[in-house]
Write a protein that binds this ligand. Structure first.
Ligand SMILES: *Cc1c(COP(=O)(O)O)cnc(C)c1O
Length: 378
């Protein structure tokens, strides 16, 4: 089936009890055994739940892989994957990753003795020099947050394979509609389903995906053992959100392009970060690697915090809030909000200045979005 058909049908079938067309919410912690040692596929919700199972089948179909495990948050997905590693192991991680990922990896490094080598993955030819006998994995996030730098996934996974390392891709920013890391050689994909997959800003959730029997078993074991699994009602919400993923992503992108072009021509704006603009240094890679350019746009303004604050508080439609990927437009300040936990030093290294503003473009009428930004910038 095509991707769009899968968003509607994969993993879901009319309910066996009453024929409900929509997947029921099995809000039950436990399931009655028919006989000793005999149940109908589920015994306890931490180990498995029919609503969660439907969501997992759906996401696995969209990413084109053999296994998905739905977990409580995006961070739970990342924390679960980190349990594949042990003391002494090293992980090479893209230096401008999500702030929460950076915080988790730095904490892990201290507490469990796993070394994290934060480095730019933008020039794949420089990566091999950073691999040593302890390196176990390369952590890829593309496009990056909030500067929308790209990493050539196929080039990095080829290096990973050559050295027997795991390639892990955080695919939250583009959703499987716009980018399919398994086709580019990834071993593990993680999602914050909080963002585009759910798309309605009413749930936090995550997913861990894999595509070999060995990793599938390990990751399922970890989620059951750690108890990071997602709740049935949350799974139902994400499953409902996925049904409109394709039309939403198309609208996000149409609006993002209009907003990016508007900002690009505005005198108060120093730089616009959007892979869909021809001026983006990795526009060609974006065209090759992604189906579309997504709905995130960042820009940089000159001037001190007063000017930045005026813009942040000056919009009426764009709400001042963290998170992204919902139908409503959001504006935020990475230095004091989403990337505050990264620390000033790490931010400076990767170029997230205090003048950078990030927009999550919703699916409102684009003319209203542009008018709102024009007012705030004036
Ligand atoms: C939001 C986000 C996360 C964390 O997800 P939560 O659901 O907030 O825990 C991880 N990676 C990226 C790229 C994100 O945008």
């Amino acid at each position: 089936m095509s991707f769009q058909t899968d968003t509607i049908h994969a993993g879901v079938a009319p309910d066996k009890a009453y024929g409900a067309i929509m997947t029921p919410i099995y809000q039950s912690s436990t399931f009655v055994f028919e006989d000793i040692g005999k149940h109908r596929g589920f015994d306890y919700t931490r180990s498995g739940n029919p609503t969660r199972h439907a969501l997992e089948e759906s996401i696995a179909a969209l990413e084109g892989c053999s296994c998905a495990v739905a977990v409580t948050t995006g961070m739970a997905a990342i924390a679960t994957v980190m349990h594949l590693f042990s003391t002494g192991d090293e992980i090479i991680c893209t230096d401008d990753c999500y702030g929460g990922t950076a915080r988790l990896l730095k904490t892990i490094q201290e507490h469990f003795g796993i070394r994290i080598n934060f480095t730019s993955l933008r020039n794949p030819e420089e990566i091999e020099a950073k691999i040593n006998g302890n390196t176990r994995a390369i952590w890829i996030e593309t496009p990056s947050n909030p500067l929308l730098n790209l990493i050539d996934i196929a080039a990095v996974t080829a290096i990973s394979k050559k050295h027997g390392l795991l390639s892990i891709v955080d695919n939250t920013f583009l959703s499987p509609y716009n980018q399919q890391p398994f086709k580019l050689g990834a071993d593990i994909v993680v999602h914050s389903t909080t963002k585009y997959l759910n798309g309605h800003s009413d749930v936090v959730g995550g997913a861990v995906l894999s595509n070999t029997p060995e990793l599938d078993e390990k990751l399922k074991f970890l989620v059951n053992t750690l108890g990071t699994c997602a709740q049935p009602f949350d799974c139902w919400l994400v499953l409902r959100g996925i049904k409109t993923l394709v039309p939403r992503m198309k609208e996000h992108e149409r609006n993002a392009r209009i907003v990016a072009e508007f900002l690009d021509g505005h005198q108060a704006v120093k730089r616009v970060f959007y892979p869909g603009l021809e001026s983006h240094p990795q526009h060609e890679l974006a065209k090759r690697q992604q189906r579309g350019f997504g709905g995130m746009v960042s820009f940089e303004v000159d001037g001190g915090s007063e000017k930045v604050n005026r813009i942040l508080k000056g919009t009426k439609l764009f709400a001042l809030a963290e998170s992204l990927g919902g139908v409503e437009s959001l504006i935020e300040h990475p230095a004091t909000m989403s990337h505050a936990s990264m620390g000033a030093e790490h931010r400076a290294e990767v170029g997230i200045t205090d003048g950078v503003i990030r927009l999550s473009i919703g699916i409102e009428d684009p003319h209203d979005l542009v008018a709102d930004l024009a007012r705030a910038l004036a």
